[in-house]
Design a protein around this ligand. Structure first.
Ligand code: NCD
Ligand code: ZN
Length: 352
């Protein structure tokens, strides 16, 4: 049986949610990843160091017995985030970035930033203290086609921002377009990007294959096949400023299968296996370790992990559902076969 042992990876972008659902999704992330950048888009959002410390304590309390996992906390930027809040974040030592949600761009982004230019003092303090900015890169103007919102954001918001505050370290999160790949490649070395497993595997046709597929609806939305190929090329290129971030974003089944369904794809149940599949399909399995376990740690100026994980090529069927607090969530690839599995992981599906 084919086996692949790599340095233990990290997930540089994940939604762990809160309350009863937290433990249900956290166990998947913690089984694979040593650390994860935890998104702050709770309701209400995590806007202060005090709120982040409390959320971190809830995450640690929800870990399965014996798990070793470190949540890397983030702050949710609002129009009112002050330089003093950045100083508190730096002093506390548990915050690893501030997340820019353009107001109205995605799930729980209503309290996000209306005009990033108003936050230049706060961004300058982040640059001074080396705290990275994590960017949801989409314009929110309803007049802009949903498939163009990332490319438009680069031209109208991100490129000007990177020029205005050149010392700011920026992670362009979950990039989905050829334009974003090229922007990061051409930017200075303080600009990096995360790439999700679903944007590596799927183009927008998948949303409509045989009917409407609500479980493949996420933001930024899936793009064209040439975009997908550009993302895959970037991921397997070995370039150090592209790295793993699943953007695993669980929602209860009823919130997805709805007349107005939520955006978000759940992938934590196979958070490294799905990348192994994509890299293998591209003939680039030997490049997986750097993408998953080296580049992100190096960019975030954290030590690489010391342990390893082992993947075995042994097909398994993804369960129809997983528990999600008092509800059920439908994971990406539910009912389908995955080629790779994590050695030694118990399965835990439920009927959906
Ligand atoms: C995320 C969520 O559900 O929190 N949804 C998504 O489609 N990715 C929010 C986000 O990261 O945009
Ligand atoms: Zn996200």
């Amino acid at each position: 049986m084919m086996r692949l042992t790599i340095r233990r990876p990290d997930d540089w972008h994940v939604h762990l949610r809160d309350g009863a659902a937290l433990a249900d999704v956290l166990r998947h992330t913690a089984a694979r990843f040593a650390r994860a950048i935890v998104m702050p888009n709770l309701a209400p959002p995590v806007t202060t160091s005090a709120a982040a410390a409390a959320y971190r304590a809830r995450i640690l309390a929800a870990l399965p017995p014996g798990a070793t996992f470190e949540p890397l906390m983030t702050l949710y930027l609002t129009d009112r985030t002050t330089p003093a809040e950045i100083d508190r974040a730096r002093a506390g030592g548990i915050i690893h970035g501030c997340k820019l949600y353009p107001a109205g761009a995605t799930t729980h982004s209503d309290a996000g930033v209306t005009d990033i230019r108003r936050l230049d003092d706060t961004l300058a303090r982040m640059a001074e203290t080396g705290l990275p900015l994590q960017v949801h890169g989409e314009v929110t103007d309803a007049g802009v086609d949903v498939f163009d919102r990332e490319a438009r954001f680069i031209d109208t918001v991100l490129a000007p921002l990177v020029d205005r505050v050149p010392a700011l370290r920026v992670v362009f999160e979950h990039i989905t377009t050829r334009e974003a790949v090229e922007f990061v490649r051409g930017a200075h070395e303080g600009v990096a990007a995360t790439i999700t497993p679903h944007h590596l595997a799927l183009s927008r046709n998948a949303l409509f294959a045989g009917g409407l597929r609500p479980h493949l609806y996420c933001l930024p939305i899936l793009k064209t096949e040439p975009d997908r190929r550009a993302l895959l090329e970037a991921a397997v290129s070995g370039h150090p400023r592209y790295f793993l971030g699943t953007d695993s974003a669980p929602h209860a089944r009823h919130a997805k299968e709805s007349a107005c369904g939520c955006a978000g794809i759940y992938s934590a149940h196979a958070g490294i296996e799905l990348y192994a599949e994509a890299f293998e399909a591209a003939g680039a399995l030997p490049r997986l370790e750097a993408f998953a376990s080296h580049h992100g740690a190096d960019f975030y100026r954290l030590p690489r992990n010391s342990g390893t994980i082992t993947l075995v090529k042994s097909p398994w069927t993804v369960p129809a559902g997983y528990p999600f607090g008092e509800h059920v969530l439908v994971p990406w690839r539910a009912g389908e076969t995955l080629a790779w599995r994590l050695a030694n992981e118990p399965q835990g599906g439920v009927a959906a």
